[in-house]
Ligand binder design. Structure first.
Ligand code: N01
Length: 537
């Protein structure tokens, strides 16, 4: 219930965002008896899975693992139907969660938070929204705004002149799109493009893919989950969840089979074949040196290129699709279904923008240097302003009115990815500096929410009203992040992990590379030390 006493905040906590993170934060906080209001820009719950409704959208983590573990009845009752859940299935799941725990009554939908200002005198946050009239105050603010939630349209000359339909994969119309009889262009071949392209190709009259950097696309090998398999997983859930929490990535993958460089070439290829047949993210960890040694990495990249050349019948198209010049995994690997096979269809053409760049967009379509590609619909699968975009879109002001945008001008600085010095009582779920985007994000979200809520319990027990990360703790965390990222293969590609996809964004490797299990242990030790690295008043 909101508080009407003007000396007290309207709510104890405001949570921003109703995706996996915000819903769990709301649920966990309410169970503590604190008053919470959650603001969500969308018309429903789901976050990423509310907005990304493009054809073929599905998660590339196994469904049984990409789900909440906090409630055993929930994980026992929900019936996943496929190895990798589709967007509609995940959305149904999150709607079920919202209903099951009665969360909707504390959510204001269709309302985007535009500002969050800290007031030194009262120690409260004032939250402004695009609803205008609604301004509320809160003692604590939890930003569950997502790491990949600010869609990016590239600034291409003439974009506004296009007379056809323009779509972005992350802002897909709720009613879907019918491509029948249409000439469709897709710009972008990251995870979203790789999933959408084969499905759009089946419906469109003609599909033209505009590719700048080819990715490494591993087959998903999606399949229905049979009841026996799901029942076996459910009967072993406690152990499985524990393994996830202690693992590097938060998912259960077969362990690597030794060193690529110390394995005979024929055996090495057999091992890659086995992982290729298995499908999914397991390919990247076939050997333990693939992600640490460039020569080892090159053996896996070579294998993928051989598969592309084997699959794609036109040799020029195959060569254009072959990723070169950066290590496998330095940009996130894509998991696809019939991706390379799609380029053998008569109605699909690939435009390699490295040799034939886009000159401009014109009313009839896209003009590359070699000529005009006439289109009815232009789909941008051009990604996100990752990790900092959603926070930067809100006017967040901490002590002395200092803005977060200014504070992060040279790149994000956080303590544990959770808190920012100078911004008391503000917590970020899966923020920059946490394992988030390098992990099964649901595992990371549960850990973050539980840690933050545990900290709020601690503060309340100790009668503390304000908690703030110290600059020293934040600097030490920043140094630690830099040390473990230095020299890693992730530095060797222009990825969104480094902010390289957004012109002018500082080139800083933003996620924590040390792994989910290590991060969890570290956070637990910090809590056991009385939440070292924070000052409280
Ligand atoms: O975005 P991306 P995404 N002209 O940034 C191209 C998660 N995710 O939405 O590489 C031409 O990866 C750009 O080219 P380049 C997952 O973590 C997960 O696909 O910059 N092209 C690139 O090809 C993923 O990594 C799932 O040269 C332009 C593409 O657009 C993250 O979200 C599904 C361009 C953008 O790829 C982001 O994925 C979907 C321009 N001006 C997403 N600007 C699953 O779970 C950009 N591009 C499966």
């Amino acid at each position: 219930m909101p508080n009407n006493d003007s000396a007290e905040p309207t709510y104890d906590v405001v949570v921003v965002g109703a995706g996996f993170a915000g819903l769990y934060a709301l649920h966990s906080l309410r169970r503590r008896g604190v008053s919470v209001r959650l603001f969500e820009a969308g018309a429903g719950v789901g976050g990423t899975w509310f907005w990304n409704r493009y054809p073929g959208a599905r998660c590339d983590v196994d469904s049984a693992d990409y789900s909440y573990s906090f409630d055993d009845a929930l994980q026992q009752e929900w019936e996943w139907t496929e190895r990798y859940p589709t967007q509609p299935e995940i959305l149904r799941y999150l709607e079920h969660v919202a209903d099951r725990f009665g969360l909707r009554e504390d959510i204001t939908f269709g309302t985007r938070v535009t500002s969050a200002h800290f007031d030194e005198q009262s120690g409260l946050w004032t939250i402004g929204t695009d609803a205008g009239s609604e301004t509320v105050t809160a003692r604590w603010t939890v930003m569950a705004t997502g790491a990949l939630s600010t869609a990016r349209l590239p600034a291409i000359d003439g974009l506004d002149s296009f007379t056809g339909e323009i779509l972005h994969t992350a802002q897909w119309p709720t009613d879907g799109v019918d491509f029948t009889g249409k000439r469709v262009g897709v710009v972008g071949t990251g995870s979203s493009g790789v999933q959408a392209i084969p499905v759009i190709a089946q419906q469109a009259d003609r599909l033209t893919v505009f590719q700048r950097t080819p990715g490494f696309v591993i087959p998903a090998r999606n399949r229905p989950l049979d009841a026996g398999e799901l029942a076996a997983i459910k009967s072993d859930y406690p152990a499985r969840r524990q393994l996830q929490r202690e693992s590097h990535g938060g998912w259960i993958l077969p362990p690597p089979v030794g060193s690529a460089l110390q394995t005979e070439p024929e055996v090495r290829v057999k091992e890659y074949e086995a992982r290729w047949a298995m499908g999914g993210l397991a390919f990247q960890t076939t050997f333990d040196d693939v992600m640490t040694d460039l020569a080892a990495n090159e053996t896996s990249a070579d294998f993928v290129r051989s598969k592309i050349r084997e699959t794609v019948t036109d040799p020029d198209t195959a060569e254009s699709l072959c990723p070169k010049g950066y290590p496998l995994g330095a940009k996130r690997v894509c998991i696809g279904t019939d991706y390379y096979e799609t380029y053998n269809r008569d109605n699909v053409a690939l435009v390699d923008l490295r040799s034939d760049p886009i000159a401009e967009i014109v009313p009839e379509g896209v003009r590359t240097e070699s000529g005009l590609h006439e289109l009815d619909t232009l789909v941008f699968a051009t990604g996100f302003d990752a990790l900092t975009g959603a926070l930067g879109a809100i006017d967040i002001r901490g002590r002395d009115g200092t803005t977060l945008r200014e504070t992060w001008r040279d790149g994000p600085r956080t303590y544990l990815g959770v808190a920012v010095a100078g911004f008391p009582n503000l917590f970020v779920i899966t923020g920059p500096g946490s394992p988030s985007v390098l992990s099964n994000v649901v595992v990371s979200i549960e850990q973050h929410v539980e840690w933050v809520v545990g900290y709020l319990d601690h503060l309340r027990e100790h009668g503390a009203r304000l908690a703030e990360a110290t600059t020293q703790a934040q600097d030490e965390w920043g140094d630690h992040l830099t040390t473990i990222a230095a020299g890693s293969i992730y530095q060797q590609a222009d990825s969104w992990y480094l902010g390289a996809n957004v012109p002018g964004k500082p080139r800083v490797f933003m996620p924590y590379l040390g792994g989910v299990g290590n991060y969890r242990n570290l956070c637990a030790r910090i809590a056991a030390d009385g939440y070292r690295g924070f000052t409280t008043t």
